[in-house]
Design a protein around this ligand. Structure first.
Ligand code: ZN
Length: 670
């Protein structure tokens, strides 16, 4: 059970100052489309002009405010990396990230090497003599982050969250969701996937006929894994991935795959108990291993090994990988320029080394104090909010307030950086550098098993423009990258800032109390602290939100999954409410001007500030995939879905009953 709840889009990075001078209010006036009635579609009102002026660049599947920031930030990271590449003798940090970046940027050498760097690994898989050799090979592949069959790592123990436990989970798929293997409507995707897998086999030297046969076997093995996998909505319920058992009991599940041997070959210390997230998956794995031939199983391992490194190989591999995963599944038109891909690779593989340099350069000292101050304000509002809930009993309120008090806040960057001194990085070999970094991360993760949880650790790199709440640690985490425009504009009107970063803070805090987070207590243990009655009242209220969002359609013929997005939508709704309470506080104490600025009242500026974070354009292919895999709703619904439920929004813009932005059945949980 390794579950962190993010505020936004995954894998975004950013930083930088506001490009132009911010307008007095901080509202982006140029983004607004005044031809739209804000009571008809507030998202289009707040973002319409921005959307027109910002078509999606060819190298993106989605272009929004997060991505704008990410791109500016990537330019800073590029400068850091180029400087380190030139001065590798300066420090150990410069050597690691500089050499990594050089090895990545040397396209001529990478292209010349072809699939050469994978040859020893491919030969090793081909040399497996019997299925008894599988566990050791799977352990070696897992150490390099190759996603075969299942996942194994460490996790806080949900019963004793201060300690780390071993955790095995479902895995091993090449398509983004189990449903792609099973739904009748996805036949085309499966055909394209099988063709893609076959072309990868051809690229490593197989004949066309062999490649096609091997791809067919891969799809058959993955389909069986998909059938045994738990779906995403069920996985949101932590009870359904909580199955602690003795090692002996677990070993009995898989007589044909020797897990004892697998664990011995892994980097993990010895353990006697573990969490088996999806027991049925592991029972079925046994049959998958016993019923497929050794050759077919080798094909499966080979495919994932090549796919896991494809982006780091020569042009034919990079292009083929892009064609399927980016062009076909997400609608992206062009590969990103090499420097961007190399910046992202450095962040992904040596994030704490690059992050240290980033923080030195880009994270202003006062940012941390300012964030802490804002978090304290929003936390106070949440306590007031919980206290005033009409549907919750005093007993449950007391527990909720205890949990709120137990939340710790981590801002900016970790106190302790990862020590990469054991990671060998050279200018010469990109694949070897990536493998070394992955093996380091795998060792680091598995070494935690049996030890106390280090709650100071960050699970996002410092330049990331995102934030998360960890239910097992009961903490909220804000990487340095997020305290920037448009989330937070230093010196701008606080109405807009509360709509931006204030709502984000409220969002993260609420994750501790959403349908998933509320099942954990103040210590991060999976323990029910709700009375039966309050539990029922809560469920009634979240059902309202699930039904509301299930009606939204981001592309013709496709509706959002209100259950998949329930936690995020709930966090958005409460986040805005808490931030709005902070706005009212500011108006009361005079820190926020009651006057109109740029033609907008403070309440209007607040809602514009919120909406404008989510301005985005997204390709239909990407939206269709996102609806099935992303627990976050697309920007339009993060705005309109929330504000339809907020009476203060209707008042601020003079909307009346019957208009689309005024829900007849407004949902409210917190
Ligand atoms: Zn979230």
């Amino acid at each position: 059970m390794r579950t962190w709840r993010f505020v936004g889009v995954v894998a975004s990075v950013a930083m930088a100052a506001w490009g132009q001078n911010p307008p007095a209010s901080g509202v982006d006036l140029q983004a607004i489309d005044k031809s739209v009635n804000p009571c008809q579609n507030f998202y289009m009102y707040a973002c319409g002009a921005w959307m027109n002026a910002n078509p999606i660049p060819a190298e993106y599947s989605r272009w929004g405010r997060f991505d704008e920031l990410a791109e500016r930030n990537e330019k800073i990271l590029r400068e850091i990396l180029e400087d380190s590449a030139k001065h590798q003798e300066r420090s150990s940090l410069d050597q690691k990230i500089g050499a990594f970046y050089s090895s990545c940027m040397n396209e001529v050498a990478v292209d010349k090497a072809g699939d050469g760097p994978l040859k020893p690994g491919l030969a090793r898989i081909q040399a497996l003599k019997s299925k008894d050799d599988l566990p050791a090979e799977v352990a070696r592949l897992h150490a390099q982050d190759v996603n075969v069959f299942f996942a194994f790592g460490s996790s806080p123990d949900a019963d004793d969250s201060k300690m780390t436990i071993a955790d095995v989970d479902q895995g091993g798929l090449g398509l983004p969701d189990r449903s792609y293997y099973l739904d009748a409507k996805d036949e085309e995707t499966r055909t394209k996937y099988r063709d893609h897998v076959a072309r990868m086999f051809e690229l490593i030297g197989d004949s066309k006929a062999d490649a096609a046969a091997r791809a067919k076997a891969v799809l058959q093995i993955e389909t069986a894994l998909a059938q045994a996998s738990l779906d995403r909505v069920s996985r949101r319920n932590p009870q359904l991935t909580h199955h602690k058992m003795s090692l002996a009991d677990f070993l009995a599940f898989d007589p044909h795959f020797d897990f004892k041997r697998y664990f011995a070959e892994s980097n993990a210390p010895k353990f006697n108990a573990l969490n088996v997230s999806v027991p049925d998956f592991f029972k079925s794995l046994d049959k998958n291993v016993s019923s497929n031939s050794l050759d077919d199983l080798k094909s499966y391992l080979t495919w994932h090994y090549v796919s896991a490194y494809a982006a780091y190989l020569s042009k034919p591999f990079v292009d083929e990988n892009f064609d399927f995963y980016q062009r076909f599944l997400a609608g992206t038109k062009e590969l990103a320029p090499r420097w961007k891909r190399c910046v992202r690779n450095a962040d992904r593989n040596l994030g704490d080394a690059l992050g240290q340099k980033y923080v030195e350069r880009a994270f202003a000292g006062q940012s941390k104090a300012k964030t802490q101050e804002l978090v304290a304000i929003i936390e106070k509002k949440m306590a007031t909010d919980i206290d005033s809930l009409p549907w919750m009993s005093a007993a449950t309120k007391q527990q909720a307030l205890m949990k709120l008090k137990g939340v710790t806040n981590k801002i900016g960057y970790p106190e302790k950086w990862k020590d990469y001194s054991s990671v060998h990085v050279t200018d010469e070999n990109l694949v070897a550098n990536v493998a070394g970094a992955r093996e380091y991360e795998n060792r680091r993760d598995q070494n935690k098993i049996g030890k106390p949880v280090d709650r100071a650790e960050f699970h996002m790199t410092p330049p990331t423009v995102n934030a998360y709440y960890s239910p097992l640690e009961n903490n909220i985490n804000f990487p340095a990258g997020i305290l920037q425009p448009p989330f937070y504009q230093s010196g701008a009107d606080m109405a807009v800032n509360f709509g931006g970063v204030g709502a984000v803070i409220g969002h993260e805090l609420t994750h501790g109390f959403d349908d998933q987070g509320r099942q954990f207590d103040a210590d991060g243990n999976l323990r029910d602290w709700w009375t039966k009655q309050d539990n029922e009242e809560f469920k009634k209220r979240v059902d309202c939100i699930a039904n509301q969002y299930s009606q939204f359609s981001p592309v013709p013929g496709v509706k959002l999954n209100g259950r998949l997005t329930l936690g995020e939508n709930g966090a958005d709704n409460a986040g805005v409410r808490l931030a709005f309470m902070a706005l009212l506080g500011g108006l009361e104490d005079g820190s926020i001007s009651k006057d109109k600025l740029d033609g907008y009242t403070a309440q209007q500026r607040f809602f514009l500030g919120y909406a404008q974070i989510w301005c985005q354009n997204q390709r239909p292919e990407s939206l269709r995939n996102s609806v099935r895999t992303n627990p976050h709703s697309p920007g339009e619904f993060r705005v309109n879905g929330v504000l339809q439920n907020v009476p203060e929004f209707s008042s601020a813009f003079g909307c009346s009953a019957g208009q689309p932005m005024v829900s007849a059945n407004a949902c409210r949980v917190w």
